[in-house]
Design a protein around this ligand. Structure first.
Ligand SMILES: [Zn+2]
Length: 52
């Protein structure tokens, strides 16, 4: 019964998009943790239009 692994050194932070909850390639910029898709949406909301 000791086979249960207790999160073997997994960082408390899981890389999950804070907007859609998806686990895609996340963008860590400007304090955001969102996937590429959501980043565009969020970015436009915070007035960031220059994202290609
Ligand atoms: Zn997302």
């Amino acid at each position: 019964m000791a086979a249960e692994k207790k999160n073997k050194k997994i960082d408390a932070r899981e890389l999950i998009c804070t907007t859609c909850g998806g686990r895609r390639r996340l963008i860590h910029k400007y304090g955001l943790e969102v996937c590429g898709r959501c980043f565009r949406e969020v970015a436009s909301k915070i007035g960031f239009k220059k994202y290609n």
